[in-house]
Design a protein around this ligand. Structure first.
Ligand SMILES: C[S@@+](CC[C@H](N)C(=O)[O-])C[C@H]1O[C@@H](n2cnc3c(N)ncnc32)[C@H](O)[C@@H]1O
Length: 287
């Protein structure tokens, strides 16, 4: 007997595929390999917002209103973040990664540190990395040159990140020492100071694109709270690309929420199972 429910679900899935393909062709936003549950729920909100009752009507709306592509992309990207969002992860980066990495560099006479925040949202993560590094390096005489690359697909989020201006609510968990050391109070807002700002370089990069990695020889990559939205094959592709971008030794930080897929487990040494911090080892990386 025909199972009508599975036929309906299948035809809806085909239409969802068609919308995501259209979005990709029409705007370059590539949500084709994102997890279907979140995409469907959030797409429904856009249908509702523009008064479309079916996927087909929504596709026609996209044709007539190309600016809807950006609104849809904005709806599909979840930009929740926070300074030192997972305090345990940052603590463990400070305990396990920084001392080893900095000793390694000093022993080889190298003075550059290259970090990448791969889904930086409105800047909270890369500025937190900058504060952590500034604090760690403060009393060191060596004079390190720090570069933190911060990328995202949300142009709106990147714009806010570059402005570096946050509401009192956004910074409420930060200690007075951090607020005084790294922010300037401007009216109602807290603005990241110029020392921190010059450590961070924001740009657009889509992790889902098949392009080669934008940076190489990175000492440490943060990829937190973004893989969870991607289907497994895309997660694996992203992790392969991040692996290739790392120096040896190099560190990958996935944070407490992501589930590491097999290709990470196989190739990287796990330094902390809870914060999901991994190390790519090289032949000559003895500290
Ligand atoms: C939940 S936030 C995580 C922010 C930060 N990493 C953290 O842990 O607090 C997810 C971010 O991933 C970004 N994002 C989603 N898909 C992406 C992609 N394909 N490439 C780059 N960034 C992406 C979103 O725009 C959003 O800013």
């Amino acid at each position: 007997m025909l199972n009508m429910k599975s036929i309906i679900v299948e035809s809806e899935a085909i239409t969802l595929d068609a919308i995501l393909e259209k979005v990709y062709q029409g705007s370059g936003y590539d949500f084709r390999d994102y997890k279907r549950g979140t995409v469907t729920r959030r797409l429904e909100r856009r249908l509702h917002a523009v008064g479309a009752e079916t996927y087909l009507e929504y596709m026609k709306f996209l044709d007539a209103h190309p600016e809807e592509y950006d609104r849809l992309a904005d709806e599909l990207t979840i930009k929740v973040s926070g300074f030192f969002r997972s305090p345990y992860t940052f603590l463990q980066v400070s305990n396990l990664v920084l001392p080893e990495l900095v000793s390694y560099k000093i022993n080889r006479g190298q003075r550059n540190l290259r970090f990448w925040s791969t889904a930086c949202a409105c800047g909270e993560e890369p500025y937190s990395i900058a504060m952590l590094l500034a604090d760690f390096l403060e009393h060191r005489p060596e004079g390190f040159n720090v570069s933190i690359y911060a990328t995202d697909i949300s142009r709106g989020a990147l714009h806010e990140a570059q402005a570096g201006q946050y509401s009192p609510k956004k910074v409420e968990g930060l200690s007075p020492a951090i607020l005084e050391g790294y922010f300037i109070c401007q009216g109602e807002h807290y603005v990241v100071n110029s020392n921190l700002r010059q450590m961070v370089d924001f740009s657009y990069f889509d992790l889902a694109s098949v392009k080669s990695p934008p940076f190489g020889s990175l000492d440490c990559i943060f990829c937190c709270n973004v893989l969870i939205y991607l289907q497994r094959q895309l997660q694996e592709r992203v992790l392969d690309m991040l692996y290739d971008s790392l120096a040896s030794p190099g560190y990958l930080v996935l944070g407490e929420v992501e589930t590491p897929v097999d290709n990470v487990r196989g190739r990287l040494q796990c330094l902390d199972n809870k914060a999901r911090i991994y190390k790519k080892s090289g032949r000559d990386d003895h500290v």
